[in-house]
Design a protein. Structure first.
Length: 561
C-alpha cells in the first residue's frame, strides 16, 4: 500500500509539473513591463498575514526559519488541507508578470489561479521558485497562492514577488457595496458554512474576505464559503467584506454568530492530572519513584524562563536540554508518563514579557516544543509584567495560537490567579482577548489559593471554578458541559503563603468535584512539597501539615475528568 501511494504521488507531481511547463510554454509574452513587486506584505515583515488569507486558518507568521528579514510564512498542512495562502492583487490586462518566491518544505507550490504554477521539494533549506504568466485581455486582478501538499508537514515561504505593473482600474477609488444577507448554511464540530448576497461595484467585485471577529480567515471569489479548522463547541462571529481589483474594500456585511458542534466526547476531550515538579527548588524527588508510589502519569515541569535574547531555559539558567530537567523528563517518559512545561510563573525573567513580539515568543515556545516533542504547553501568566499587562496578554495568546497552528494536536493551557468568586478584572480580560483573537486555548486553569480564601478552601475553590465557568459561557457562548471541559484547577497542598490550609481530605473533595463536573485539568503546587512536616510552616520541601508522603499526588492521580 505504501509503495502504491508513493507511485501515485510521483505520477501526480509529474503531471502537475508537465502541465505547468506546457502552460508557460504556450504563452506568447508581450514586451517586458516596468518591474515592481505589486504584492503587499511579500516577506511577512509586518508580523501579520494580512492581506494574505490561508485555508483552514492554517497559516501563521514565524520568526524561524526565514529566508530574508525576520519573518516568514508557515503553512501547517494537514491530511485534508494543503494550507493554501493567497493574495489577490490588481493587475493590467494583456500584460506579462513574473512570479517568484522562496520556499522550504516537502512539495511546496507557487502559482496563480487559472494560470501557471511550479513546485519543489526542499525540506531542509529554502529554494527559489519562479514562473511567468500573461493576464487575459480584460483581466484586472490575479490571485497568487502558495501551498504545501497533503500530510507532508509544515511548509515555509518568504520573499514572494510578483513583478509587473500594478493595476487599479485607472485610479478607481470607489468601494463596492456591502454584501447582504450573510447566513450560516451548515456547521460541524470544526467548520461553518456561510453564504451571502453579492455586492456591486462600479468596475467589478473580485473577492470576498471572510472575517472571524477582527481577523480575516478566508478569501473567496464566490458568494459562499466554508471556514474550517475551528474548535468544537465554540462560538464564532463572522462578517464578510467585498473587494475590487483596485483593493477597495466595502463595509462589513451583517454579522452572524454560530457555535460549532460538540466534538467526540464534548469540549476538548483533553484530561490531565499533572502536579507541578520543580527541579530547581525544594529537594526535587525522583519522579519515577513518585510515579511508582502514586500512579500519576503527568507532571507540570516548572519553569521555562528567558535566559536572555528571548531564548528559553529552565529557570532562565539551566540548559534546555542535557541537564537535570531532561534527566527528569527521561525518567518520567521511561516510566510511561509525560510532561507539560510551564512557562512563566510569579517571578524571574519571563519570555512573554521579554520577547519583542508574538512571533518571537512563538519561536521561543517552538524551541521547547521541538526539543521534547510536546503534546501540551502551559503559560503560567502572573504578576504585573504579564498578567496585569494587556498587551503582553495579547502577545502570549497570539503566540499560543501560532504554535497551535504549527503543531497539530498540541494542547494549549493558560494558568492565572483568581478571586474566590471567579476571575478578576485581568482574568476576565485574558478570557475576552482569547475569544477576540480566536486563540483556541484548550484549558483555562485558575489557581485558587493565596486569594484570601479563609478556612473553606473547598467551598471557595468550587465558587472560583463556577465563576470561571460563568465567564467562559458568556464569552464563548458555551453550554455548561463545554465550559467545564475547558476548566483547570491548580491548587496548593497544605499551607499556602496566606496560611490557607488545603488538607488531603479537602483536596480529595476538590478532586471528586472536578471528576463529577468533567473539567479538563487538575494540578497543584507542588510534588516537592508533598511530604509531611506538621508545624513546619510554608517551606519548599514539605506541606507544613500532617500527611503521608506523596498523599496529594496519589489523590491527584485519581482525577479522570
Amino acid at each position: 500500500m505504501r509503495d502504491t501511494l508513493r507511485r501515485s504521488r510521483r505520477r501526480l507531481l509529474a503531471l502537475l509539473g508537465t502541465a505547468a511547463l506546457a502552460m508557460a510554454g504556450a504563452i506568447a509574452l508581450p514586451g517586458t513591463a516596468q518591474a515592481a513587486n505589486v504584492l503587499t506584505n511579500p516577506g511577512f515583515e509586518s508580523g501579520s498575514l494580512s492581506p494574505w488569507s490561508c485555508t483552514g486558518n492554517l497559516g501563521s507568521v514565524v520568526s524561524s526559519p526565514v529566508h530574508g528579514g525576520s519573518k516568514a510564512l508557515a503553512g501547517a498542512v494537514s491530511s485534508s488541507d494543503t494550507a493554501q495562502c493567497s493574495q489577490t492583487v490588481a493587475v493590467q490586462p494583456n500584460t506579462a508578470y513574473s512570479l517568484s518566491g522562496w520556499v522550504r518544505g516537502s512539495y511546496v507550490y507557487l502559482g496563480v489561479n487559472g494560470g501557471s504554477s511550479t513546485w519543489t521539494s526542499s525540506p531542509s533549506a529554502y529554494a527559489q521558485l519562479t514562473t511567468s504568466f500573461t493576464t487575459g485581455a480584460s483581466q484586472t486582478s490575479a490571485t497568487i497562492y502558495v501551498h504545501g501538499w497533503y500530510a507532508q508537514g509544515t511548509y515555509y515561504a518568504d520573499d514572494i514577488s510578483l513583478d509587473g505593473p500594478g493595476g487599479g482600474g485607472g485610479g478607481d477609488t470607489q468601494a463596492p457595496t456591502a454584501p447582504t444577507g450573510l447566513t450560516s448554511t451548515g456547521k460541524t464540530s470544526s467548520s461553518v458554512s456561510l453564504s451571502w448576497g453579492a455586492a456591486t461595484d462600479n468596475v467589478g467585485v473580485t473577492a470576498y474576505d471572510i472575517y472571524s471577529g477582527a481577523n480575516q480567515v478566508l478569501s473567496v471569489s464566490g458568494t459562499s464559503a466554508t471556514v474550517s479548522g475551528l474548535s468544537s463547541s465554540t462560538a464564532y462571529t463572522f462578517t464578510v467584506k467585498a473587494r475590487d481589483a483596485a483593493g477597495n474594500s466595502s463595509a462589513a456585511s451583517n454579522s452572524v454568530s454560530v457555535t460549532t458542534d460538540a466534538g467526540t466526547g464534548g469540549g476538548t476531550g483533553f484530561k490531565q492530572a499533572a502536579p507541578y515538579l520543580y527541579e530547581g527548588w525544594g529537594d526535587p524527588p525522583n519522579p519515577a519513584t513518585v510515579m511508582a508510589a502514586t500512579g500519576v502519569k503527568w507532571f507540570t515541569m516548572a519553569f521555562v524562563l528567558d535566559s536572555g535574547g528571548c531564548n528559553p531555559a529552565w529557570d532562565g539558567s539551566r540548559a534546555l536540554t542535557g541537564g537535570v530537567d531532561q534527566t527528569a523528563i527521561n525518567q518520567i517518559r521511561g516510566a510511561g508518563g509525560d510532561i507539560v512545561p510551564s512557562f512563566g510563573g510569579w517571578q524571574g525573567s519571563k519570555l512573554g514579557a521579554n520577547c519583542s513580539s508574538a512571533s518571537a515568543l512563538a519561536g521561543a515556545l517552538q524551541k521547547v516544543i521541538s526539543a521534547y516533542g510536546l503534546k501540551a504547553i502551559d503559560m503560567d501568566i502572573e504578576n504585573t509584567d504579564e498578567f496585569e499587562n494587556e498587551a503582553v496578554q495579547a502577545k502570549i495568546l497570539t503566540a499560543l495560537k501560532t504554535v497551535k497552528a504549527n503543531n497539530p494536536g498540541l494542547k494549549t493551557i493558560v494558568t492565572f490567579g483568581t478571586s474566590t468568586t471567579g476571575p478578576t478584572y485581568y482574568g476576565n480580560r485574558l478570557i475576552e482577548q482569547a475569544q477576540s483573537l480566536n486563540a483556541g486555548i484548550d484549558v483555562f486553569t485558575i489557581m485558587p489559593f493565596d486569594f484570601g480564601g479563609g478556612s473553606d478552601m473547598y467551598g471557595n475553590t468550587v465558587s472560583a471554578a463556577e465563576g470561571l465557568k460563568t465567564k467562559l459561557k458568556s464569552t464563548f457562548g458555551w453550554d455548561d458541559a463545554t465550559a467545564y471541559s475547558h476548566i483547570g484547577i491548580s491548587g496548593m497542598n497544605g499551607l499556602s503563603d496566606q496560611q490557607e490550609n488545603t488538607t488531603p481530605a479537602i483536596w480529595t473533595q476538590i478532586r471528586d468535584w472536578s471528576n463529577s463536573h468533567h473539567i479538563a485539568r487538575l494540578a497543584y503546587w507542588a510534588v516537592n512539597r508533598d511530604r509531611p512536616c506538621a508545624g513546619g510552616g510554608v517551606v519548599s520541601n514539605c506541606s507544613g501539615i500532617n500527611q503521608s508522603t506523596w498523599q496529594f499526588t496519589s489523590i491527584t492521580a485519581g482525577f479522570t475528568g
